[in-house]
Design a protein around this ligand. Structure first.
Ligand code: CDP
Ligand code: CDP
Length: 222
């Protein structure tokens, strides 16, 4: 029997990670934040003085990425780097290195290794299209750019970080454009992914929708 996978892809700050982590917890599945791997690679390159444009050098770092997820927290070479990888600067770096085919190839098998019984919930940009094309359920989770900027702003403020709403909105537009325009694994809704527009939804409502779709997909024997 194949191991269940739920993929949740979509643009920045749509709520993918929050929804994916909750669905995973409710089902007792593992959770993979694939964006964190790209963010960790960007941070690793910055710390190693490797340019985000140097495809081969960044791919070499990605292949031997000393990353670890422990109790929902992220470590690079044993150091807790959760706050650092969530900055907009590293988000931009992640988006830049994610456009490099050799870097994506370097992270592919590592992502697939997270598929373990009883199941996996994962979020990113290409989890349904490239990494787990045979997923049990594929969701494309989105929300309007203004709503997403507002969500990111409130998320940063609630953590005590400084945040500038117009700047966040600008970054979101920039990152959307870059993620959608790249030639490898561009951000887009695949024909077999279900669309979940959460612009007017709470997290709970979004989680309920995913769970209902998952029950439906499992019952139909996928
Ligand atoms: O949280 P947010 O959606 O802003 O970003 P993220 O999911 O942490 O991903 C950071 C960057 O990594 C994105 O802008 C994408 O360019 C890239 N990424 C990707 O290309 N493929 C994935 N599966 C996940 C992230
Ligand atoms: O992973 P991604 O970048 O797509 O977004 P996130 O970091 O999971 O979510 C951004 C913020 O939006 C979090 O603070 C969520 O609590 C909030 N939010 C949400 O995820 N879904 C809603 N329907 C409403 C708010």
């Amino acid at each position: 029997m194949t191991i269940a996978v739920i993929t949740i892809d979509g643009p920045s700050a749509s709520g993918k990670g929050t929804v994916a982590a909750r669905v995973a917890r409710l089902l007792g599945f593992a959770y993979l934040d694939s964006g964190a791997l790209y963010r960790l690679t960007a941070l690793h390159a910055k710390r190693s003085s490797v340019s985000w444009n140097d495809e081969e050098a960044v791919a070499a770092l990605a292949r031997a990425l000393p990353a670890e997820f422990r109790d929902d927290a992220v470590f690079l070479a044993g150091e807790f780097v959760e706050a650092e990888i969530r900055s907009e600067e590293i988000g931009m770096g992640a988006s830049a290195i994610a456009a490099l085919p050799a870097v994506r190839a370097a992270l592919l098998e590592r992502q697939r290794a997270y598929r373990q019984a009883p199941g996996l919930v994962t979020d990113g940009r290409d989890m349904g299209s490239v990494v787990f094309p045979d997923a049990t359920l594929k969701v494309f989770l989105t929300a309007g750019a203004d709503v997403r900027a507002d969500r990111r702003y409130k998320q940063l403020i609630s953590k005590g970080d400084s945040a500038n709403l117009p700047r966040i909105l600008q970054d979101i537009h920039e990152r959307d454009a870059r993620d959608a325009a790249r030639t490898v694994a561009p951000l887009r809704q695949e024909p077999d992914a279900r669309l979940l527009d959460t612009s007017d939804m709470t997290v709970e409502q979004a989680v309920e929708s995913v769970l209902a779709w998952y029950r439906e997909a499992s019952a139909s024997g996928h």
